[in-house]
Structure formats: structure tokens, C-alpha cells
Design a protein around this ligand. Sequence first.
Ligand SMILES: NC(=O)c1ccc[n+]([C@@H]2O[C@H](COP(=O)([O-])OP(=O)(O)OC[C@H]3O[C@@H](n4cnc5c(N)ncnc54)[C@H](O)[C@@H]3O)[C@@H](O)[C@H]2O)c1
Length: 286
Amino acid sequence: MAYNLLKGKRGLIFGALNDKSIAWKTAERAYEEGATFVLTNTPVSMRLGTIDKLAEKCDSIVIPADATKVEDLENLIEKGMEFLGGKFDFVLHSIGMSPNVRKGKTYDDLDYNFLMQTLDISAISFHKVLQVCRKLDAIEDWGSVVALSYIAAQRTLYGYNDMADAKAVLESIARSFGYIYGREKHIRINTISQSPTFTTAGSGIMGFDNLVDFADRMSPLGNATAEECADYIVTLFSDLTRKVTMQNLYHDGGYSSMGMSLRAMKIYNEGLEYRDVKKDMRRKKD
Ligand SMILES: NC(=O)c1ccc[n+]([C@@H]2O[C@H](COP(=O)([O-])OP(=O)(O)OC[C@H]3O[C@@H](n4cnc5c(N)ncnc54)[C@H](O)[C@@H]3O)[C@@H](O)[C@H]2O)c1
């Protein structure tokens, strides 16, 4: 159901790779809510993914940019404003990638060149987007910027690897830049800490299936889907949330406030019982 929440608003959306992407779902919802926007991704992901189909569906265009390259961002932002006929009212940073995760390097055996790439792609690119936007005066007064984060920025979660460090930096950038942009132009900057979600980036994490299952059992409302995340993002882009800024907002069905749930405990108990049966069988053999 659409509410015209973004009627007349212009946006810039990073990170739609395919129809599983959180950015893809957000673009669809933003379009339904009356926004016009420019889509962007790296040239490689444009070849591997299906972003052109999304652009067609949303009367949008795709301008390629590697978000770690300032000159790409300058070109994107200038051309984007030209296409839309004005400044952006909202920007979505939905970008994440760790070469260490991709190559199966564990946190106690990181490749440091890869680590720098993880930080640059997944966190510092957010700073670059904001800094270029500010220098080009590309965001309207009372505009809204959102980046996607994960609870591993605060808590240790097995397998999330150096992405945890990147997310901690990302959330800090939202606060530091949120102060500057808020004070000057009433522009708000927030991160959304989303449940584990089956997307290309998500599925790269070690033990991801189990992580999704565990989070779902722990969350009283269950995991938040990519579509639900898009709904939440749309509210943050709308005029209904104009005084929300410099926040890390959990969108996780309650997971972040839980210690142990009955549903998770049941599985744990079943595991213990199974282990006891096996131990018993071994004892009988001895
Ligand atoms: N899927 C999850 O479980 C989950 C949970 C919490 C947060 N997030 C975050 O959500 C965001 C979106 O990820 P997703 O789950 O939709 O997966 P996704 O793989 O669909 O999106 C990641 C995007 O990052 C883009 N990207 C990578 N390097 C880039 C670069 N140099 N410049 C520009 N774009 C680049 C990719 O092309 C891709 O479109 C990421 O920040 C991710 O960490 C995901």
C-alpha cells in the first residue's frame, strides 16, 4: 500500500545489485511512494547484476560509480542532479563487501590489504559520499541520508569478521557527519541495523544460514525482511521523521534487546539431549 510519503522527492540510491538487494526493494518502495531517483553501482556489478531492469521499472537511470573513488562520486552526483533537475532529498548507502570474507580469511589471519579495502568500500565510502555531496551542495535542506549497518558493530558475532570493524566505523561516520550536516542544513544522517537477510552480501558470511535461524528464534517479532527494511527506510526519507538524526536504528524484530528466548533455548536443549544420547551410547559400548 502506498501513502505518497515521498511525493516530489528526489533521491540517490547506491547498492541495488539484484532483486534480493535491500537497495532494490527500497527503490521499488520509493517509486511507489512517488519519488524520482538515480540508481548507481560499480561497473562490474552492473554487468553481473540486473540493475537496468530496475531502472526501467522505476523510470530511473543508472550512473556507474565506484563509491571508493571520489572522482566517480563527483561525476555521479553532478549528473544525477542534472537528470533529476535539482538536489537530492534522500540518499541511500547500501554498500558492503569484504575481500577477507570472500577469500575465507578468518579474523585472526586477516590480509591487511584486504582489510583496508573492506573499510574503504563498506565504511569510508560513506564519508566520501557525504563529503562530495556537501562540497557540491547536493542535498536539500531537511534531506535524509541512510546507511545500512549490522549489530556486529556492537556485539561479537561469529563469522562476521572484519565487516564488524567496518560497520563500527560506518555508524561513527553517521554521528560525526550528522552533527556537521544537521547544524548547517538540517540534514539528518542515520544508520539502520538490519536483521540478517538473504542477499548476495549477506550470504557471503560464514555460517549465515545458522545465523539467520538463530536471529529469527531470538527475535520476538522474527527477522525483518528486505521488504520490511525498505518500508522503514521510506519512513526515514519521509517528512515524518525530520528530527531523527545521528542514530543507529535497530530494525531486527527485537533481537538487539534479547538475551535468550524460549525458541532458541528449545533448540539448545534439543542439542544437549542429542549429545547426551550419543554420550550414553558411547558409554554403553565401552
Ligand atoms: N544482508 C544482510 O544480512 C545485511 C544485514 C545488515 C546489513 N546489511 C547491509 O546492507 C547493505 C546492502 O547489502 P545487501 O544485503 O542488500 O547485499 P547486496 O550484495 O545486494 O548489496 C551490496 C552492494 O554493495 C555494492 N558495492 C560493493 N562494492 C561497491 C563499491 N566499491 N562501490 C559501490 N557499490 C559497491 C554491490 O555491488 C552491491 O550492490 C550492506 O551495507 C550490508 O552490509 C546486510
